[in-house]
Design a binder for this molecule. Structure first.
Ligand code: 5RP
Length: 225
């Protein structure tokens, strides 16, 4: 599929940001998985890095490829993180969390010097909000939080797994997918969500990404902040 080729091309382009000896954040999702596989090939060729995965899935993939791993307990400074996104606007504000890993992803991104986004061209948008905004919530508070987010103008859905049960994150929380439509003021919405008790984290990543690499066919478009 052309989309998969673009994801792989963007992931390949991000390897230029990884240097020998670095601690590297490993994102989550299908595009980040391409990056992890390509990084695994570089490790086999002799690249010495240590990875910090943003999900159990990415941890298992990295381990299966022989990528040495470390943790935030051992190391609190990450040189570069490569991750995917669901939407990226011209200011490199992101919606993330489609893959359910937004909490660990945001924590790892916050400890990262150079946060690199890799994506196929469909993720590049003029304004955020077509993709439903994932919000990770404490189960105890999910109905209350859902009501409060609905009052902000969203249609709110509890994310479910294929078996119909609520989706459970790596940190044992639930996710509300919040359909806002076009988000006119992402910065303000980010603050409103962060100020809502019961919200663990939301999928608006603002002032975090420094580079976005979009693949459109064989062309790589690089945006820098
Ligand atoms: C996971 C994420 C992913 O990076 C995002 O959903 C993009 O995934 P994909 O590369 O599969 O389109 O935020 O929580």
């Amino acid at each position: 599929m052309a989309n998969d080729q673009e994801k792989e091309a963007a992931a390949r382009a991000s390897l230029q940001f990884v240097r020998d000896g670095q601690v590297v954040g490993l994102g989550t999702g299908s595009t980040a998985a391409y990056f992890i596989r390509l990084l695994g090939e570089e490790v086999k060729k002799g690249l010495r890095i240590r990875g910090i995965p943003t999900s159990t899935r990415s941890q298992e993939l990295a381990q299966s490829l022989g990528i040495p791993l470390t943790t935030l307990d051992e190391c609190q400074e990450i040189a570069v993180t490569v991750d995917g996104a669901d939407e990226v606007d011209p200011q490199l504000r992101l919606i993330k969390g489609g893959g359910g890993a937004l909490l660990r992803e945001k924590i790892v991104a916050s400890a990262t010097r150079q946060f690199v986004i890799v994506a196929d061209a469909s993720k590049q948008v003029a304004r955020l909000g077509k993709f439903p905004l994932p919000v990770e919530v404490i189960r105890f508070a999910q109905a209350l939080v859902a009501k409060r987010i609905a009052a902000l103008g969203a249609y709110v859905q509890l994310r479910t797994s294929p078996d119909g049960q609520p989706y459970v994150t790596d940190e044992n929380n639930h996710i509300l997918d919040c359909h806002f439509g076009e988000i006119r003021d992402p910065d303000r919405l980010a603050h409103e969500l962060s100020d809502t008790p019961g919200v663990v984290e939301h999928g608006l990543f603002i002032d975090m990404a420094s580079v976005a690499l979009f693949a459109r066919g064989t062309e790589i478009i690089q945006l820098t902040r």
